[in-house]
Design a protein. Structure first.
Length: 176
């Protein structure tokens, strides 16, 4: 049993992304026309709409379609949650993150990092630090660990800035 033509086209689309987006889209349209239940093709189309076209509504459509077709297509959890966090749709992002945590084979370090990012956006900075620290416990490479250290450092600087701002405000109020 050989690989279907649309599977070959899907592999070619992956190979073309992000260097030749036009070719990638062409191949993905072929794949989706031949097999409208191809989760990978929907996911990659979502990335194109998000990253290249900045059409977040269409990107969301394709990410949701991917989840509908295959709850075990792991990359969608990371990409979709990150997009929602960046769009400040935090409650929806939390739902995707929690669903991702239940998916078999999920990269717990990566999804925990997204949890930290989410809480940083909520401005719950100490909670964000906890998640970044936990992400380090699950990581399997030193590069990721170093990145988490950078996030923790940044959040601690934010906490310090917040304390300085509060002191200034208190000082102003006392002088008024």
């Amino acid at each position: 049993m050989g690989i279907n033509t649309y599977e070959v086209m899907y592999i070619q689309a992956i190979d073309n992304y992000p260097y030749n987006v036009e070719e990638c889209i062409e191949k993905l349209q072929y794949v989706i026309a031949a097999d409208d239940e191809h989760a990978g093709a929907h996911f990659l189309m979502g990335r194109i709409y998000e990253e290249q076209l900045e059409d977040y509504k269409q990107a969301e459509y394709y990410y949701r379609m991917t989840l509908y077709l295959n709850r075990e297509h792991l990359p969608v959890y990371y990409q979709y949650a990150a997009m929602l966090i960046n769009r400040n749709r935090l409650d929806e992002a939390l739902t995707i993150i929690n669903a991702g945590l239940k998916a078999p084979g999920i990269d717990v370090a990566r999804i925990t990092y997204l949890h930290g990012l989410l809480y940083e956006r909520y401005e719950m900075l100490n909670t964000a630090i906890e998640y970044y620290t936990n992400a380090k416990k699950y990581c399997l490479n030193s590069g990721f660990m170093s990145t988490m250290d950078d996030h923790i450092k940044r959040v601690k600087e934010k906490i310090s800035l917040n304390k300085k701002s509060k002191k200034k405000e208190e000082k102003k109020q006392k002088t008024s």
